[in-house]
Design a protein around this ligand. Structure first.
Ligand SMILES: Cc1cc2nc3c(=O)[nH]c(=O)nc-3n(C[C@H](O)[C@H](O)[C@H](O)COP(=O)(O)OP(=O)(O)OC[C@H]3O[C@@H](n4cnc5c(N)ncnc54)[C@H](O)[C@@H]3O)c2cc1C
Length: 477
């Protein structure tokens, strides 16, 4: 028999050295990709029929519809490396120049978010009192306890800035509520400006220097990117590079440690095309949403399962509207708009998809993606498709001057959209650390730890790949 006669499985290393990654969202895929670059054998088990998790894109004629993220911020050089290695450089699109224009709704009118000092002073988004309040920021001391984003921002920048800048921003990023989220865990860099430098304005100046040294880019200055065929291009390409190492339609049910001691071997039970199968691995990675991880770990650690189950993922509906451009009175000259809670509207915000990237709509048409629900109004996300379409069209008529019938409306619903790093989230993170120590060779790698943005998922996966390499190397000594 020659090497060519052997199936790839014949080369599988001893179980103790092989890695199973559960979940082929962007986190699991990137992790597997980087492990293979380190010559570590890996199998990715994905319950769904395709890779990408929430990051999915579909075409309906000339319309491009995103089901999850509409773009990513180029915050880490890992993006560029991946694009080069995967041959995606010519597929990448960077958002048009107008994407820096963002609008916030106040009293039913869209106002541009100011980008310079002059525009800030002239902006009707905040009163003079609210603007003057910012001058006091450098003189405010540090917090004595964990604070919500709302508490932190109100204390340092005042109530108006919370209501008409941070509240809509948190809805746009987390579909979340600033009163629930821990500033420390949900916006660690913002928190660090106070903790490390004593204030936001002072910290922003000093931290920029350090970030440049790390070759990272701040989220507020990072370029926004997507791909000719939408965000799923990246997971599709990663999936293709994994070849038979990725198994689709393979939902993991259980992971049981089989060999006692410091370095257990795990038996991973999977339901694949209706049939149960088992495989052994020395390393198991949970690249799954918290509730899915909870189901898998419950038999070996019920307390951990409870903790994971406590992580709140609010429901979000993403409503795509395509319409002839002439049927919108407001010029779509920006990224889109966000809606503060005080405005009492039924959408969280709207991305002007066709203004950001070319190829999202047929010529002469506009594509708008609106978000409904989140922690602010979870009940709205559960409405029927027809009700959601009507609700969104009503808001767009009011806010953008939409007229007549749209060419296309498409509704996508996420029952559990984005993990909320709420007050006390540190106890969830500690429980993950503890689990990894108790069950050596287990790792968590998903947006439930280390940030929810696509760039955060890349950075977390890269770090976990390094930790797994160290773990496996130590075992070989
Ligand atoms: C509506 C929405 C809009 C967003 N917008 C943006 C944006 O504009 N910019 C941005 O940067 N980020 C955005 N995000 C966040 C970002 O998309 C996510 O944080 C990121 O894609 C999560 O990736 P993940 O791999 O950690 O998890 P997921 O994408 O959730 O992947 C987990 C995978 O695990 C699989 N799985 C579950 N259970 C099992 C099991 N038992 N066995 C095997 N597989 C299993 C799932 O099928 C899934 O494929 C958005 C998210 C949502 C939901």
């Amino acid at each position: 028999m020659t090497a060519a006669d052997l199936s790839p499985d014949a080369y599988l290393p001893a179980a103790a050295e092989s890695v199973v990654v559960i979940g082929a969202g962007i986190s699991g895929l990137c992790l597997a990709y980087w492990l293979r670059k380190k010559n570590i054998s890996v199998t990715v088990l994905e319950a769904g029929a395709e890779a990408g998790g929430t990051m999915k894109s579909s075409r309906s004629g000339e319309w491009l519809i995103e089901t999850g993220p509409n773009s990513a911020l180029d915050t880490t050089p890992l993006f560029g490396e991946l694009f080069r290695e995967l041959g995606l450089e010519t597929d990448v699109l960077y958002a048009s120049d107008v994407s820096t224009n963002r609008y916030i709704v106040r009293n039913g009118i869209l106002h541009p978010l100011p980008t310079g000092a002059g525009a800030f002073l002239a902006s009707p988004l905040w009163s003079w009192r609210g603007k003057l309040r910012l001058l006091g920021e450098p003189f405010i001391g540090r917090a004595a306890r964990e604070e919500s984003i709302a508490e932190f921002v109100e204390r340092r920048l005042g109530r108006e800035f919370l209501d008409y800048a941070i509240n809509p921003f948190v809805a746009g990023v987390y579909a979340g509520n600033p009163s629930d989220l821990s500033v420390q865990e949900a916006f660690p860099k913002l928190y660090a400006l106070e903790a490390k430098y004593g204030g936001i304005l002072k910290g922003a100046l000093l931290s920029a220097r350090e970030r440049r040294a790390r070759k990272e880019t701040a989220k507020n200055t990072a370029r926004m990117l997507s791909f000719r065929d939408g965000m799923q291009t990246l997971p599709r390409s990663l999936a293709a590079s994994l070849g038979s190492a990725l198994r689709l339609g393979a939902g993991v049910e259980q992971v049981i440690p089989m060999r006692a001691g410091r370095r257990p071997v795990y038996t991973v039970t999977t339901k694949e095309n209706g049939a149960r199968s088992q495989r052994e691995a020395g390393v198991v990675v949970y690249a799954t949403p918290a509730a899915a991880s909870a189901r898998i770990v419950r038999p070996i650690d019920p307390a951990m399962a409870e903790t994971l189950d406590s992580v709140y993922y609010p429901p979000v509906a993403e409503v795509f509207v395509g319409i002839p451009a002439g049927q919108i009175r407001k010029p779509l000259d920006g990224f889109g708009f966000l809606v503060p809670e005080l405005e009492n509207r039924k959408i969280l915000g709207c991305i002007w998809s066709s203004s950001l990237f070319p190829g999202r709509a047929p010529a002469g048409h506009a594509a708008l993606t609106s978000f409904v629900g989140g922690s602010r109004q979870p009940e709205l996300a559960g409405r029927s498709d027809a009700e959601l379409a009507e609700l969104v069209l009503g808001e767009l008529r009011d806010l953008l001057g939409l007229e007549g019938k749209p060419s296309i409306v498409s509704v996508i619903r996420w029952e559990k959209a984005i993990p909320q790093y709420r007050l006390g989230y540190r106890s969830v993170l500690r429980a993950m650390d503890r689990f990894e120590q108790n069950f050596q060779g287990s790792f968590f790698c998903s947006n439930a730890r280390g940030g929810i943005a696509v760039g955060d998922c890349l950075m977390s996966a890269y770090a976990v790949a390094g930790r797994i390499e160290t773990y496996l190397r130590a075992g070989l000594r």
